[in-house]
Design a protein around this ligand. Structure first.
Ligand code: CUK
Ligand code: CUA
Length: 642
C-alpha cells in the first residue's frame, strides 16, 4: 500500500507541476536562463552559413521525421514516413501508396516515436535513420543520401511498437519491442486470462549492410509484461540488449493502480549474440504471421509491397543464458547505456532515485549463478549484486538519460520539469536546469553512441504554454537547447517542434553532408512509365484506362493539349521531370483530381490518377514556382461524353 501511495503522490505532484507552468505565464521575464548576448551569438548562424549538426526529431503523431539544424534550431525538412504528405504527394502518388500496405490494409498514418542513426563500431555513420511506428507496429528506414523513406516493415505479434527502433553497434539489428503484450498467435480469449497467456514479442530485425534492407531474423516471445524502452549494449556490453519493463504484475485493467504494486519491475538483459548463434544452428520455430514489407527503389522511383506469412519465434527458456531479469525500482521508462557500455541506467518513473546497474557485476553474478528466483523460467538476478549505484533524490519522474564525453549523464524529469546533470561513478548531482515545460526526451549529438559530443543538449518538452506568441488552444511542442560545454548547463535557445517529439537523433553535419544526393539521374530512371525526352511524350489508351506519358521542363508540359478523354475513363498522369539542374522541381495538379498534387524532382517520375466526371475542357498546372514563366506552365484536357 505504501508503494501505491507514493505513486498517487507523484501523480498529484504532476498536476501541481502543470499548474506551476501555468502560473509562469504571468511572469515571462522571470523564467530562468533568459538569453544573454553571449547565448545569442552561440546559436546565431549567419545568413548563408550552415549549422554544425543535423538533428532528426521525431514528429510523433504527425507520423513524420523532422530535420533541424543545431545550434540554430532551424527546421530544414519534414520527411514523410508513416503519414501521407500532400506537399510531395508521398502516400498519394501511385508509386508511394504501397509504402502504407499492412496486414490490416492501407494505413496512411502512424505514430512515430524514436529515430536512431546507423552506426559502425559504435559510432554514428550517417547512412540511415530508423524510426518506429507505435500504433500499427512498423519500422521505417530513411536513406540519408536522399532523405526519403526507403523502406517500411511491419512487425507481427507486436502491439504498441514502443521499445524501438534502437540499433546495435554495427547496425546488425534494429530492435522492435512491443509495449502491449497480446495473445500470440492472436485469438479469441477472455481479457481476464491475460496473466500467463499473453506474450511480449521483442523483434530483432537484421539489416543488410550494403542495401540497408531489413528482414525480421527472430522474435523473442517474452512473458506478458509491458516493454517500454530499450538500448543496445556498447563496447564492453556489445552483444547485449536491454529492455525496460513495467506491469510485471500483468494487470489487464486500471494499470494506473494495478501496475504499480511491485516495488521493482525488471530490465530484461538479452544476449542477442547467443540467440543469433542458436538461430544459425536452426534454433527457434517458424510460426505463421502476416506482415507487409514495403521497399522503395530510387531507380524505379517506385515502392513494392510484399506480404510475408511466417516469422521465426523463440521461447527465451529454450536458450539457456540468453535472457536475465535485472530488478529495477518503480516502473522504469528509459533504459540508457553509458558510452563505455558499463552502466545501464534505469529511469524508474515513479521513483525519485535513479538506479544504475553495472554490466561487469551483472556478468559476475551470472557466472556465479547468483539468482534470486525466476519469472517464467527466466533467472532474476539479485539487485544488490548488480547495483552500481543510485543518484539519490535526483528529481521527480525520471524518463530519459543521455551522456556527454566527460563522464556525465543528463536525465530528464517530467514531473519536476528539469534536466539534471550527474556524474557516472560518483552518482553526484552536478547541476540542474528547469525546462519549459514537462520534459520527455533529451538529445546530445552522438549521445546514444560510444562517442558522444559534449557541446549541446536539447530537451524536448510535452507542454509549451507561454514560450511563443499565442496561437489558440493547440500549440506546437517546444524544445530548449543548452550549452553543456561548461560545468553548468546554460539555456541558449527555444525552438518549436512539430507533433509530439519523442526521441531525436543528432549527428555532426560533416558525416552526412557530403553524401547527400542532388539530382536523380534521368538516364538512370527505370520507372515503368518514364520518358527520357519530350519526343516520347504521348497518350495511350487501353480500354477505359488512359496512360499519359507526360514530361516537364521549364516552362511547359508535354503534351499540354489532350483530347479524346471520355467521362468514366481512368486517367493516369505519369509525369517525368526532364530537368537535370539541382533544386528545379515541377509540380502537377489537375482540377478535381483524386489525390494530392505531385512534386516531381529532376530526373524523377511520379503518377497521379483522375476520373473525369464532367464533360468540358479542364485545366492542369505546375504547382511549384519554377521560372519567370511558371504561370505559363499549364495545359488543358478535353472531356467528351461517354
Ligand atoms: S517515450 Cu519517453 S517521453 Cu514514446 Cu520515447 Cu515520449
Ligand atoms: Cu514548373 Cu512551375
Amino acid at each position: 500500500m505504501k508503494i501505491l501511495r507514493l505513486g498517487v503522490g507523484l501523480l498529484a505532484a504532476a498536476s501541481l507541476m502543470t499548474s506551476c507552468g501555468n502560473s509562469g505565464t504571468k511572469n515571462k521575464n522571470g523564467t530562468e536562463g533568459a538569453l544573454t548576448k553571449n547565448a545569442a551569438e552561440q546559436v546565431y548562424i549567419a545568413p548563408g552559413e550552415h549549422d554544425d549538426y543535423y538533428a532528426f526529431i521525431s514528429g510523433g503523431y504527425s507520423g513524420n521525421l523532422l530535420v533541424y539544424g543545431l545550434p540554430s534550431g532551424r527546421m530544414f525538412k519534414e520527411i514523410p514516413v508513416f503519414s501521407q504528405f500532400p506537399t510531395s504527394g508521398y502516400g498519394y502518388s501511385e508509386e508511394t501508396k504501397p509504402m502504407f500496405n499492412t496486414s490490416y490494409g492501407f494505413i496512411p498514418w502512424g505514430d512515430a516515436h524514436h529515430p536512431d542513426i546507423s552506426q559502425t563500431n559504435g559510432v554514428m555513420d550517417g547512412r540511415w535513420v530508423f524510426i518506429n511506428e507505435n500504433n500499427t507496429p512498423r519500422i521505417a528506414r530513411v536513406d540519408l543520401t536522399t532523405f526519403e523513406t526507403a523502406e517500411i516493415i511491419e512487425v507481427p505479434n507486436s502491439a504498441g511498437n514502443h521499445s524501438s527502433s534502437f540499433i546495435t553497434e554495427n547496425t546488425e539489428y534494429v530492435v522492435a519491442g512491443t509495449r502491449f503484450s497480446v495473445p500470440v498467435p492472436q485469438r479469441d480469449i477472455s481479457i481476464k486470462d491475460y496473466k500467463g497467456e499473453f506474450k511480449g514479442a521483442l523483434s530483432f530485425i537484421g539489416v543488410d549492410q550494403e542495401t540497408g534492407r531489413m528482414e525480421i531474423d527472430f522474435q523473442l516471445l517474452m512473458p506478458g509484461f509491458n516493454y517500454d524502452l530499450s538500448h543496445p549494449g556498447r563496447d564492453k556490453s556489445h552483444g547485449w540488449f536491454f529492455f525496460t519493463t513495467y506491469n510485471t504484475e500483468e494487470a489487464n485493467t486500471l494499470l494506473e493502480v494495478n501496475a504499480s504494486q511491485n516495488d521493482k519491475d525488471f530490465i530484461a538483459a538479452v544476449n542477442w549474440k547467443k540467440i543469433e548463434e542458436y538461430v544459425k544452428n536452426g534454433g527457434g520455430k517458424m510460426m505463421p504471421a502476416e506482415y507487409a514489407h514495403n521497399v522503395y527503389d530510387h531507380h524505379t522511383h517506385t515502392a513494392t509491397s510484399t506480404m510475408k506469412n511466417e516469422v521465426r519465434v523463440i521461447d527465451p527458456t529454450e536458450v539457456p543464458g540468453a535472457v536475465y531479469f535485472l530488478p529495477t525500482p518503480k516502473s522504469p521508462h528509459g533504459c540508457d547505456v553509458s558510452p563505455d557500455g558499463e552502466y545501464i541506467v534505469g529511469n524508474g518513473k515513479l521513483s525519485t532515485d535513479l538506479t544504475v546497474h553495472s554490466f561487469t557485476k551483472m556478468i559476475d553474478a551470472i557466472e556465479n549463478k547468483k539468482f534470486d528466483g525466476e519469472a517464467y523460467g527466466i533467472p532474476i538476478l539479485n539487485f544488490d549484486d548488480i547495483h552500481a549505484g543510485s543518484v539519490k533524490k535526483a528529481g521527480l519522474g525520471p524518463l530519459h538519460t543521455e551522456f556527454d564525453d566527460k563522464g556525465n549523464a543528463y536525465t530528464t524529469f517530467f514531473i519536476s520539469s528539469e534536466v539534471v546533470k550527474w556524474e557516472l561513478g560518483t552518482w553526484e548531482v552536478k547541476d540542474r536546469k528547469p525546462t519549459y515545460y514537462s520534459v520527455g526526451h533529451l538529445t546530445i549529438p552522438g549521445g546514444n553512441s560510444r562517442e558522444p559530443d559534449g557541446k549541446y543538449m536539447f530537451a524536448m518538452n510535452k507542454i509549451t504554454k507561454d514560450r511563443y506568441l499565442p496561437v489558440g488552444p493547440e500549440l506546437e511542442h517546444s524544445a530548449q537547447l543548452y550549452d553543456i560545454s561548461g560545468e553548468k548547463m546554460e539555456l541558449i535557445l527555444d525552438f518549436p517542434t512539430h507533433g509530439e517529439p519523442h526521441y531525436a537523433a543528432a549527428i555532426k553535419a560533416d558525416v552526412v553532408k557530403g553524401n547527400s544526393l542532388e539530382i536523380y539521374d534521368l538516364e538512370d530512371n527505370k520507372h515503368e512509365y518514364a520518358i527520357k525526352s519530350e519526343g516520347e511524350a504521348r497518350v495511350e489508351r487501353n480500354g477505359n484506362e488512359v496512360h499519359i506519358y507526360m514530361s516537364t521542363i521549364r516552362s511547359h508540359f508535354a503534351p499540354d493539349n489532350i483530347e479524346g478523354i471520355k467521362v468514366g475513363d481512368k486517367v493516369y498522369f505519369h509525369v517525368t521531370n526532364l530537368e537535370q539542374d539541382f533544386d528545379v522541381p515541377h509540380g502537377f495538379a489537375m482540377i478535381g483530381q483524386n489525390n494530392s498534387e505531385l512534386l516531381i524532382m529532376p530526373g524523377q517520375t511520379k503518377t497521379t490518377t483522375w476520373n473525369p466526371k464532367k464533360v468540358g475542357v479542364w485545366p492542369f498546372y505546375c504547382t511549384d514556382f519554377c521560372s519567370a514563366l511558371h504561370q505559363e506552365m499549364q495545359g488543358y484536357i478535353r472531356v467528351s461524353p461517354k
